[in-house]
Design a protein around this ligand. Structure first.
Ligand code: AMP
Ligand code: ZN
Length: 114
């Protein structure tokens, strides 16, 4: 996608503070952190949102959860806990239209919606 912000981050056209990378997945620090640790995990492939996930992409989502688990273990917040958020579409409050998982840690999240 030509003018997708996160595709540009994948291509290195926009800098990011990388936390993890493999051939399919990139994780980097959120530029406007909502917690002491706020990492975005994205597929390198452009997927607009969870609503546009194809059947063939479903194993990739499983791998993304595995990467989040790995990051939590390596950064030492696995036991304290963390929150994963995926905003989807207009009503979900999604601003960047490239599927991403927010991984938030380092504080207690009290404001529960559900
Ligand atoms: P969402 O509202 O779920 O679409 O989340 C988009 C997230 O991307 C927000 O938390 C932003 O702070 C973050 N963001 C926007 N631009 C950048 C950037 N250049 N590098 C890292 N994170 C970014
Ligand atoms: Zn993209």
């Amino acid at each position: 996608m030509e003018d997708c912000l996160f595709c540009k981050i994948v291509k290195g056209e926009i800098p990011s503070k990388k936390v993890y990378e493999d051939e399919e997945i990139l994780a980097f620090e959120d530029i406007n952190p909502a917690a002491p640790i706020h990492i975005l995990i994205i597929p390198k492939k452009h997927i607009t949102s969870l609503a546009y996930l194809e059947k063939e992409d479903e194993p990739l989502v499983g791998k993304i959860y595995g990467v989040m688990n790995k990051i939590a273990t390596e950064k030492g917040f696995k036991e304290d806990g963390y929150r994963v958020i995926v905003n989807c579409g207009k009503n979900g409050g999604q601003e960047v239209m490239h599927l991403h998982f927010h991984l938030l840690a380092g504080r207690k999240f009290g404001e529960k919606i559900i």
